[in-house]
Structures are given as structure tokens and as C-alpha cells.
Design a binder for this molecule. Structure first.
Ligand code: AMP
Length: 409
């Protein structure tokens, strides 16, 4: 089966070709024609099966030109999923005039209000923040023709079903609805009966999601030992290709120099390097003549590098979204990857922001045999209120692990 046989508009075929998708995944093959026909669809499928494209491509096809909206509403249980789904919509809508907006909690209202006022065709949202905007009359849902309830079982787990119902009630009854859920517990059955019209079920076998296959680890370390720990990690773990992320251009240059002194074949990319230098670094890394690529966030956006075995955050990213972008380089296509983050005492706030964003507490590890200087992070559980807060039911702080690194190459 080819994408061109599914009945999608030309702009979608161009977008998937540009993304390098060769053929539709099973859920895309089955769900796209149903959604194009106007049917309600239940997809019992997880992240990692290509489900985002399975609903985004037919909806973007049916939306036609830009118009008043939002005409498509996508509800997501977490900020991370909302962010990722919005990114996917932007990619798929690239060759159209359609506008896609994103609202989620934990950030300011201003920019979101502005986007809503400017008009969006597609709105990706988490329930709580969307209700806030609705309460302020910053958005109305009376034009919604397409409603996607994504990861419905996680909405249930997180206690969002009442919010979801309040939102659904504000959308027109003659809308088309699709619901995705890895499992269909009784509460979701009830939601289906209430919110959907004669739905067709598309069940796709479980596959691990890219996010789940990535192993996230924090390595607490004293500021002065960061470089030594990076070198020790590169000695201690099995890796094939690594991207090391740094916060600043200068920091990236310094890390590259230190890696070279330690006889690693390293290259660096950041915005002060010429286009030619960046291309040369990237090509060399892809071909394998460099084994470590040092990069800043700005330079790494949109880089076409799939399947690196490890991402190491030499510096904790300032924005939690950048963490997701960075680790998006590993664990692609169901390969497993590791994302290591060096964590110094000054990073506590930023680490907490990342953990909240990905709704996951990240494991703390110590590298066995490394001559650690003491840092207060080794007693993180005694550090006070910041670390006692909860990440969606996961107790913060404490939980320290020693060892766990892989054997030497
Ligand atoms: P999802 O299940 O929507 O989170 O998608 C998982 C990953 O598969 C994403 O990185 C997509 O870009 C990728 N993907 C989705 N559809 C295809 C396809 N037809 N061919 C190759 N990759 C795909």
C-alpha cells in the first residue's frame, strides 16, 4: 500500500515524502480511509505505531483551506504529548495554509491568547489549560468539526475525564470524533458510548513508544567534575554514536576541545560556525568519521540525524521542550537509546521543570568507580520543598541508585 492510494491531498503526500515515510503503517492504512469517509474511529493503538499521522493526515486533508476555527480539536493528557503532537501537525501541514495552535499549562497565557485570537484551524490542548481559556472566552469550540481524544486511558488515569466531558459538551454534536487508547477500560467504554457515533474500531498490536524505549538517567555531579565525568561515562558505556548537548557556543567549543584532547573523534556544530563547517561536521558524523557530535540546541533543531545510540546533556536544557527535542534523537524507530544528563546543584529547578514536563521522575545514577567530589545533590532527598513536590503521583527526591552503568567497551 502507498500513501498515494489513500485519498490524501497532495500537500500531505509532499509532507510525508519530505519526512521520509516510505509507506503507511498498519494503523494509518486502516484509519486514514475511515476518517476520510467521515466515520468515527476508535484506535486501540499506542504511541510509536504512527497514530498521530493516522489522524492528522486525513483531518488536514478534510480541513481544506484556512478558515475561522478551531475546526479541529486534539486533546492530550500531558504537556509533552501535546507539544509533540503539535510539532507533528506543523510538519504535516507544512505545505498548506492551515494554522495549528498549542495550549498547555505551566507556561504563560499571553502567547497562547494571542495565537487563539489570530485564529487557528487545529488546536492541540491539554484539558485544564483549555478550560481556562474557554472560561476567559479566549476560545470557542462551536466550530469544531473534528475532535480527537488522544491517549484516553491516560486521561482517565490522570483524573481528566470530567474535564474532557466538559470540553466535549461545548463542541457541536455533528462533529466527527476519533479516540485513541492503548486499552479500553469500562470508563472509556462509557465515554465512547456518550461521545461517539457508531464508531469503527481499529486495533493495532502493542508496540513500545519511542519515549518508553529511551532510558533517561541523571548523573549528579559537582560543577568542577563535569568534564571528567563526561569522559568517564564515554569510557564506561557501550555506545556507537553520541550527541553531546551544551547550553552555550563557548561551552560546546570547550567540550569539543576536551574530547579531542582525550583522543575522541569529535566535531562541533553551533550558530557561529559557517554553513560549510556545519555541513562537514554533520556529514562526518553520519558517515562515522566523527563519533561524538557536540551541539547547541539552536543548531540541533531540524537536524536530520536518526538513531544515535546516546544523547548526553552536558548541560541541563533551560527549556523542558528542548529536553524532548534532544532525546528525540535517540530511541527512534523503536531502537533503544539512552539519554544521560549531567546534573549539578544549580540545575535543580531546570531538572524539576523537565520532570514535570515529561511527567516522569528521572532516575539518579552514580558511575561506579568515579572519584566523586561531594555535592549536595547526593543528599537530594534532604534538600527541601522543591524536591518533595510530586510529579503526577511520583514522589520527588530520594531514590538514589549506585552503579547500573554498562560495562566497558
Ligand atoms: P506516533 O505513533 O505518531 O508517535 O509515531 C511514531 C514515530 O513514527 C514518529 O517519529 C513518526 O514520525 C514515525 N512515523 C509515523 N508514520 C510513519 C511512517 N508511515 N513511516 C515511517 N515513520 C513513521
Amino acid at each position: 500500500m502507498q500513501f498515494s492510494e489513500l485519498g490524501l491531498r497532495a500537500a500531505m503526500l509532499d509532507a510525508v515524502a519530505e519526512l521520509g515515510y516510505k509507506e503507511p503503517t498498519p494503523i494509518q492504512e486502516r484509519a486514514i480511509p475511515l476518517l476520510l469517509e467521515g466515520r468515527d474511529v476508535i484506535g486501540s493503538a499506542q504511541t510509536g505505531t504512527g497514530k498521530t499521522a493516522a489522524f492528522a493526515l486525513p483531518i488536514l486533508t478534510r480541513l481544506g483551506p484556512h478558515g475561522p476555527g478551531p475546526r479541529c480539536l486534539v486533546l492530550e493528557p500531558t504537556r509533552e504529548l501535546a507539544f509533540q503532537t503539535h510539532e507533528s501537525f506543523l510538519k504535516f501541514a507544512r505545505f498548506t495554509q492551515l494554522r495549528c495552535g498549542l495550549v498547555y499549562g505551566g507556561v504563560g497565557y499571553g502567547k497562547q491568547r494571542e495565537d487563539l485570537a489570530n485564529g487557528v484551524d487545529v488546536l492541540v490542548a491539554t484539558p485544564g489549560r483549555l478550560l481556562d481559556h474557554m472560561g476567559e472566552k479566549a476560545v470557542k469550540l462551536n466550530m469544531v468539526k473534528f475532535l480527537i481524544l488522544d491517549e484516553a486511558d491516560r486521561m482517565l488515569d490522570m483524573g481528566f475525564l470530567p474535564d474532557v466531558k466538559r470540553i466535549v459538551e461545548q463542541t457541536p454534536r455533528d462533529r466527527q470524533t476519533a479516540l485513541f487508547s492503548a486499552t479500553i477500560p469500562p470508563a472509556i467504554e462509557t465515554l465512547i458510548t456518550w461521545a461517539m457515533n457508531n464508531p469503527e474500531t481499529v486495533a493495532i498490536g502493542a508496540r513500545r513508544s519511542p519515549a518508553e524505549t529511551v532510558k533517561h538517567v541523571l548523573y549528579p555531579v559537582a560543577e568542577a567534575q563535569k568534564m571528567d565525568l563526561l569522559l568517564a561515562l564515554l569510557e564506561a558505556i557501550h555506545w556507537e554514536s553520541v550527541i553531546v548537548f551544551c547550553r552555550t557556543k563557548r561551552g560546546a567549543d570547550e567540550v569539543e576541545q576536551s574530547l579531542k584532547r582525550a583522543k575522541h573523534r569529535a566535531a562541533v556544530i553551533h550558530s557561529d560556525r559557517s554553513q560549510k563547517e556545519r555541513e562537514q561536521a554533520l556529514e562526518g558524523f553520519k558517515k562515522g568519521s566523527y563519533e561524538v557530535l557536540v551541539a547547541t540546541d539552536v543548531a540541533s533543531r531540524g537536524l536530520d540525524i536518526a538513531d544515535v545510540s546516546h544523547v548526553i546533556n552536558y548541560d541541563v536544557p533551560q527549556h523542558p521542550e528542548d529536553y524532548v527535542h534532544r532525546i528525540g534523537r535517540t530511541g527512534r524507530a523503536q531502537a533503544t537509546g539512552d539519554a544521560f544528563t549531567l546534573y549539578t546543584a544549580g540545575d535543580a529547578q531546570a531538572v524539576f521543570a523537565v520532570e514535570r514536563f515529561i511527567t516522569q521522575k528521572i532516575e539518579r545514577l552514580k558511575l561506579e568507580g568515579f572519584p566523586y567530589n561531594y555535592t549536595a545533590l547526593f543528599d537530594e532527598d534532604k534538600l527541601g520543598p522543591l524536591h518533595e513536590r510530586r510529579v503526577k503521583g511520583v514522589k520527588m527526591g530520594g531514590g538514589y541508585y549506585i552503579g547500573g552503568s554498562r560495562r566497558k567497551r
